[in-house]
Design a protein around this ligand. Structure first.
Ligand code: SAM
Length: 247
């Protein structure tokens, strides 16, 4: 299957179809492409969120549920809601939920999990419904970053934090060149073999090209209305954890 971001339906349809194609092998491809490091980065993002016991947490663009299950492992009393618009990715998350976070085990510990199909730019949740939110490797894929940040802010309670984990642009030019070589040359090759679609794994690096750098993204958090916005760099800045709080 070939993908054209500007094709019929525009970017949202393109992104949804692309993830539907790679959903069955998404988890394996992720582990291979990051050498298993993505689990560690997710752990750092969850530590930055620092959810309180029994909090209601939203994972935006949850995909197959890596952050959802990471949150529940870190604090089993949480009620975690994962939202994603791609049905096959959510199906994978449901299969994993039966194995990794069965409802009866969660209930015994005071936690819960629900998976919702929907667009993060217009979520079916009330204002102020959540005590915190996360997003992993997804902000590059949304049609409008600013509208998405405002929508996330809307569903957070005052004092709640949003934490976004994603690839970023390393400030060191040599490191950036090395990372670009890996991301733009190796990822499509290896992703094609392991993930099953070279086309899809060629789009993913491209999605970084027009993405704001770490400082710009922090400023967009602030412009969207988050306070105390900032970020932590991982892996020399090729990965960043951005955060902001609802006043
Ligand atoms: C790279 S995957 C990341 C999945 C997961 N967060 C992770 O860390 O592995 C990107 C996910 O974002 C979802 N996505 C992209 N745009 C979306 C939108 N506007 N609304 C809901 N989900 C979206 C895709 O369907 C896909 O599952």
């Amino acid at each position: 299957m070939s993908f054209t971001p500007g094709g019929a339906g525009g970017k949202a349809v393109f992104v949804r179809d692309m993830f539907a194609t790679i959903a069955p092998r998404y988890d394996v491809a992720n582990r291979v492409l990051t050498g298993g490091q993505d689990e560690r980065w997710r752990g750092r993002a969850i530590a930055v969120l620092a959810p309180k016991k029994h909090a209601e947490i939203l994972d935006c663009c949850c995909g197959t549920g890596d952050l959802v299950f990471g949150l529940l492992r870190a604090e089993p009393t949480l009620t975690v809601t994962g939202i994603d618009f791609c049905e096959p990715m959510l199906e994978r998350a449901s299969v994993r939920a039966r194995r990794e976070a069965p409802a009866d085990r969660l209930r015994r510990k005071g936690g819960a999990l629900r998976l919702v199909q929907g667009d993060v730019m217009a979520m079916p949740f009330a204002d102020g419904a959540f005590d915190g939110a996360t997003m992993g490797f997804s902000l590059r894929n949304v049609v409008d970053i600013d509208a998405t940040l405002r929508e996330i802010l809307r569903v957070l309670r005052p004092g709640a934090r949003f934490v976004n984990l994603d690839v970023s642009k390393a400030p060191n030019p040599t490191l950036k060149r090395l990372f670009d070589f890996y991301f733009y040359r190796i990822v499509p090759l290896v992703g094609g073999i392991v993930g099953g679609s070279r086309n899809a794994y060629s789009y993913l690096p491209d999605s970084l090209t027009h993405h704001p750098n770490a400082n710009e993204l922090r400023d967009r958090f602030t412009r969207a209305g988050f306070v105390d916005a900032g970020y932590q760099r991982l892996m020399g800045g090729t990965i960043a954890i951005h955060y902001g709080t609802k006043a």
